[in-house]
Design a protein around this ligand. Structure first.
Ligand code: SF4
Length: 242
């Protein structure tokens, strides 16, 4: 096992999609080509991080953060840049309107944790942690894609289970609220995590970490059609490169 071996939600999620894709990214160090959705997600996360780290809050300041975070990488054509930019401003306008009404205090943004699951190092970053006047906490995960997930998908989401684990084991509090914030629709979907659900997630993470450590990287060709590497992976039937 490499000395820098670590697991995270992204790594686990990639492994679950296709373990060979995991190898391409995290062992062979291939980069996923940027696209508009990836860049846009980074821009919105960065804008909200800068906004909440600042002392003063107004819509104008939020737009300034957005302009500072903006970059054109990954967009396919100029009109697409314009459309995403406009969409982003609308997202932030709705976000700000809701932010003005919240009763909680934004305690942390982009809060990193570094802990262990069994003998494996486990890292992650939580988008936002709020504290309410009654002393309770909420962890919030931002999503920038258009589709709002249904309750069942949010309830089963592994990432939120890992965040609940981190709050308990690293930050020493248990979040009474856990939410996925679908920014495009300005809609939050709330969920909870029971101890047994957190333990199930930890068990999945441990099993995957063991498989990664054993270098079990079998291609899952049923996923090739939706894979970033479908044009270059040697196992893909869509491969065009020699
Ligand atoms: S192209 Fe297919 S086999 Fe190759 S990494 Fe992607 S999903 Fe896995």
């Amino acid at each position: 096992m490499r000395n820098d071996f670590k697991i995270s939600y992204s790594r686990i999620n990639t492994y679950l999609f296709c373990s060979y894709k995991y190898k391409l990214i995290y062992v062979d160090n291939l980069y996923i080509p940027l696209n508009a959705n990836i860049t846009f997600g980074h821009i919105i996360h960065k804008s909200l991080e800068s906004f909440h780290r600042g002392q003063r809050h107004s819509l104008e300041i939020l737009f300034e953060c957005y302009d500072e975070a903006w970059k054109n990488d990954g967009f396919a054509y100029p009109q697409q840049i314009f459309e995403y930019y406009k969409h982003g401003r609308q997202i932030l306008k709705n976000y700000y309107k809701s932010f003005c009404k919240i009763k909680s205090k934004v305690l942390y943004v982009e809060k990193a944790f570094d802990t262990n699951i069994g003998k494996y190092r486990f890292i992650g970053i939580i988008d936002r942690i709020d504290k309410y006047p009654d002393g309770s906490y909420e962890i919030i995960d931002y999503k920038t894609h258009m589709k709002v997930w249904n309750q069942e998908d949010v309830d089963k989401d592994l990432q939120l289970s890992f965040y609940a684990y981190a709050c308990k084991n690293v930050f020493n509090f248990y979040p009474s609220k856990i939410s996925m914030y679908f920014l495009s629709e300005n809609k939050k979907v709330y969920t909870k995590r029971l101890q047994n659900e957190i333990l199930d997630a930890i068990s999945i993470a441990t099993t995957i970490a063991e498989n990664i450590a054993a270098e079990n990287f079998n291609p899952n060709i049923s996923k090739c059609q939706n894979c970033d590497f479908k044009l270059k992976c040697k196992h893909s039937k869509y491969k065009t490169e020699k």
